[in-house]
Design a binder for this molecule. Structure first.
Ligand code: ADP
Ligand code: ASP
Ligand code: MG
Length: 826
């Protein structure tokens, strides 16, 4: 670029205020305060956007007119009323009439243009630029008038007289030579302290209005800043800088204090709308810093964009994304080794002015894949298919395959090249959260790693990556909880109590996003308030297990965990759906793991395949770490040879209280009343529950076993087992009083106590009542305690023992909690 004569650097600065900053009178008053303050220090150029939303309305009215839809007038009326309202709320009544008649005059001219478009049923790009230019032309006029009325020494300058472009309407190319001279000449002599300039608009050499592309007011400001060697270019907007990710999608995103030109350019090219991508170029060679600031929080530091930032410690500076991407792939056997395919491919795209956002070519040369904006996809496909028409007709190349509904997410940072394993981290984080990556690309500068993913996964992907690269400290877990009975309610209570501790000490942020019982369900993406979950759930919508799953899937949140606190078979049958969507499952429900081996194995396989933990520690021994210990033994190469255990709190209670003082029936009744058995105590006394538990332990030890393979030495008489009602069952316990007394007597005669024992040895399992001698670890087992002995290759004579409270809602809830924390640390 030519060196210019303008060298009054540091005496002027350029401030640009975006659409939201000037959207209404209240905001414009804030702008005025900022300008008045800054004008005390330096001369200013103030570049303004159209009032927020006006450019869209102008495009809408033009579109309607060109379709000969009379509704264009309604859109025009909206445009008029927005402007008049701003004037009326901004300037004193005495000064209003002149401004209002100016605005009306301009809008009359606009109306004439629209009538023309309506009559012909068409808008040309040239006319469209003329129409949209009114947004900035009017806002800048109004704002300057207001500044004057507020005693700011301000003057208006039409940027069309400064910035010259070619006639590429809609996104004109700047003629820097003429533009720079115009700016130097004008600003070199301007005597006012503040010059207000419309952004976005420019003019062609023939004098027609042109525009610089959507979001182009940033660019206008940069062009002027570059031309006059401004001390700084300040971009005033509605957020406090350039963020680590789009703050509208990632709540945890933070403003980046300092960033290099290259990083900022890369982020904005990949979708960080806060800065229009061409903005950097005019200020780059002169190293004019860009400072992004928040009009609504001027006290915040914002983001400085400069040449070097010395940010070696932070390899990833930001994450951005582009929505509405389509993938186009060209492939076929005819592509291998043939020279010039890529040349023809990219040449035609460039001729058609199609912007290729991302390119990958397989090393086998078998395919070329590109990402383009969806709006360009049709045109691109047609152009490429036409260029390769001959090869396609010979079946050497297949017609272009187009996939819509894609998006790109990109990690950006100057120092990524000096750090290893970033792409590995990126892809594993996405993979763990079931974000499927279609295509990856890494620029040669290694400043950018991009992945093409499904559009619907964007929010989850951004949050996942943000957590991985910027919040390594805090991890958010999203829980979807089914079942709020005894265990469920305790569990919610524990989360509520522990929330602060978990966040501070374990760096886990646990959020319950959904709750359901058998009647109702409630969802809240922001997290259900656990102080009033009962009321919120009570007012929820009708419960539906399928709909519940669909909603969880649709929310598509990272680190999702489905928690089953029920004992329901239907709930257990939904686990596969969750796992297949990489949603972890934590359950105290034994049904799934003790159902057919095939089903158990299927769920385990899904868990592995989709990297979704499937944890059920509480299936055996409530909160005791039995399954986890077993897993660790196996994972470290040990082998389980024998398991001996007392696994039923209910049966333990019964036999600890049974002696020849009280009839057996009364003891069982007491256990039932005190809630230590199932409502139907036969389920406990028949041994089914213990069979399920030892089955799960055998399976977790690596044995393929079915429930029918377990030997059950029932101590109940056949008649008791055959009863069909609870009353009949109790009746039969009375009838067989002697049978039970006999069992007791025999044990005491042998100096033994009765324990209901589960055993697994040599691949075989059995459960049953046993006489336990004094020296055995089971002898002194109290209350509802459980105990497990693991005999393994390493623990041969002295088994590994786990013992403690093995039943009760509190300990079960804490076991579920422990599983969730295991996932958090995963
Ligand atoms: P203005 O009208 O002031 O030019 P824009 O709407 O063009 O403002 O740009 C600001 C918006 O950019 C923010 O409100 C935010 O939604 C969006 N944005 C996207 N990515 C980022 C990012 N990485 N940092 C900050 N803002 C971003
Ligand atoms: N008003 C234009 C737009 O909405 C330019 C800008 O605001 O930067 O695209
Ligand atoms: Mg903008």
């Amino acid at each position: 670029m030519k060196q210019h004569t303008f060298s009054k650097r540091n005496i002027m600065k350029v401030l640009k205020f975006g659409g939201t900053s000037v959207a209404n009178a209240e905001n414009i008053q804030k702008v005025k305060s900022i300008v008045a303050e800054e004008a005390k220090k330096e001369k200013l150029v103030v570049v303004v956007s159209a009032h927020g939303g006006i450019t869209d309305l102008l495009l809408e009215t033009a579109h309607l007119a060109s379709k000969q839809d009379e509704k264009y007038q309604e859109a025009l009326e909206k445009i008029e009323s927005r402007h008049l309202e701003i004037v009326q709320n901004l300037v004193p009544i005495a000064s209003q009439s002149g401004i209002i008649s100016y605005v009306k005059r301009e809008l009359n001219t606009l109306e004439t243009l629209l009538e023309g478009a309506f009559l012909i049923g068409e808008t040309t790009p040239k006319l469209l630029d003329k129409i949209v230019s009114y947004g900035e032309l009017l806002s800048s006029y109004i704002i300057n008038q207001y500044f004057i009325s507020e005693s700011i020494d301000s003057v208006y300058k039409d940027s069309r007289q400064l910035i010259k472009t070619n006639d590429n309407f809609g996104k004109a190319v700047v003629d820097y030579k003429t533009t720079n001279t115009n700016c130097e000449n004008y600003f070199g002599t301007v005597s006012y302290s503040t010059t207000v300039v419309p952004g976005f608009v420019a003019s062609s050499h023939e004098g027609n209005s042109t525009t610089l592309g959507r979001g182009g007011s940033d660019y206008t400001a940069a062009i002027i800043a570059g031309a006059i060697q401004a001390s700084v270019l300040e971009i005033w907007t509605d957020v406090s800088g350039m963020y680590t990710a789009n703050p509208k999608l990632v709540k945890q995103a933070k403003a980046i204090a300092k960033i290099s030109y290259q990083e900022a350019m890369e982020l904005s090219h990949f979708g960080a709308k806060v800065l229009y991508p061409p903005t950097i170029q005019p200020v780059l060679s002169r190293e004019i810093p860009i400072h992004i600031r928040n009009t609504f929080k001027p006290e915040e530091t914002g983001t400085f964009i400069t040449k070097n930032t010395n940010g070696k410690e932070q390899p990833v500076r930001g994450i951005s994304h582009i929505d509405n991407i389509s993938l186009l792939s060209l492939e076929g056997p005819g592509m291998v080794g043939i020279h010039g395919i890529s040349k023809r491919f990219f040449e035609v795209l460039s001729q058609k002015e199609i912007n290729v956002v991302l390119i990958t070519q397989a090393s086998s040369e078998h395919s070329i894949c590109i990402a383009v904006a969806t709006d360009d996809a049709k045109k691109a496909k047609e152009a490429i298919d036409e260029v390769f028409e001959y090869e396609i007709s010979l079946h050497k190349i297949k017609p272009v395959i187009v996939e819509h509904q894609q998006a790109i997410v990109a990690l950006v940072g100057d120092n990524m090249k000096s750090h290893q394993g970033l792409s590995g981290k990126m892809f594993s984080a996405l993979g763990k959260n079931n974000v499927n990556i279609r295509v990856i690309a890494q620029g040669a500068s290694e400043r950018n790693i991009s992945a093409v993913i499904k559009k619907e996964d964007v929010k989850k992907a951004l949050n996942t990556l943000h957590e991985r690269f910027f919040e390594e400290n805090i991890k958010q877990l999203n829980l979807f909880v089914m079942g709020v009975g005894n265990v469920g309610a305790k569990f919610l209570n524990q989360i509520h109590q522990q929330k602060k501790y978990l966040k501070e000490k374990l760096k886990l942020n646990i959020r319950v996003v959904a709750l359901s019982n058998s009647r109702t369900m409630v969802f809240d993406e922001g997290g259900i308030d656990l102080k009033e979950w009962e009321e919120l759930l009570g007012n929820g919508e009708k419960a539906d297990k399928v709909l519940f799953f669909e909603k969880v899937k649709k929310l598509n949140l990272r680190n999702s965990i489905f928690v089953d606190n029920t004992a329901n078979e239907k709930v257990a049958s939904t686990y596969a759906d969750y796992l297949k969507n990489s949603i972890a499952v934590v359950t105290c429900n034994k049904i799934a793991s003790s159902s057919a081996y095939e089903n158990y194995q299927y769920l385990k396989d899904l868990s592995r395949q989709y990297s979704a933990p499937f944890l059920f520690e509480t299936n055996v021994g409530a909160g005791l770490p039995i399954i986890d210990t077993l897993k660790n033994l196996i994972a470290s190469g040990d082998r389980v040879n024998k398991i001996q255990a007392v696994l039923s709190g209910s049966l333990n209670f019964v036999f600890n209280n049974f002696d020849n003082q009280n009839p057996f029936k009364d003891v069982v009744k007491q256990a039932q009343v005190e809630g230590y058995t199932e409502p139907d105590p036969k389920i406990d006394l028949s041994g089914i529950d213990v069979m399920r538990k030892i089955l799960i332990l055998a399976r977790e030890s690596g044995h393929q076993m079915e429930i029918d393979d377990i030997e059950n030495e029932a101590f109940l008489p056949e008649e008791s087992l055959a009863t069909t009602t609870v009353d009949d069952f109790f009746e039969s316990l009375s009838t067989y009083k002697n049978h039970f007394d006999e069992i007791y007597k025999e044990a005491t005669n042998n100096n033994c106590r009765l324990k209901y024992v589960a055993q697994f040895e040599n691949g075989k399992a059995k459960v049953g009542l046993q006489q336990i001698p004094k020296d055995h670890p089971f002898y002194n087992l109290e209350g509802k305690d459980n105990i497990v002995l693991f005999y393994t290759d390493r623990y041969i004579d002295q088994p590994l023992i786990i013992k403690g409270a093995g039943a009760g809602a509190d300990v079960t809830a804490s076991g579920i909690f422990a599983d969730i924390i295991r996932i958090g640390n995963f």
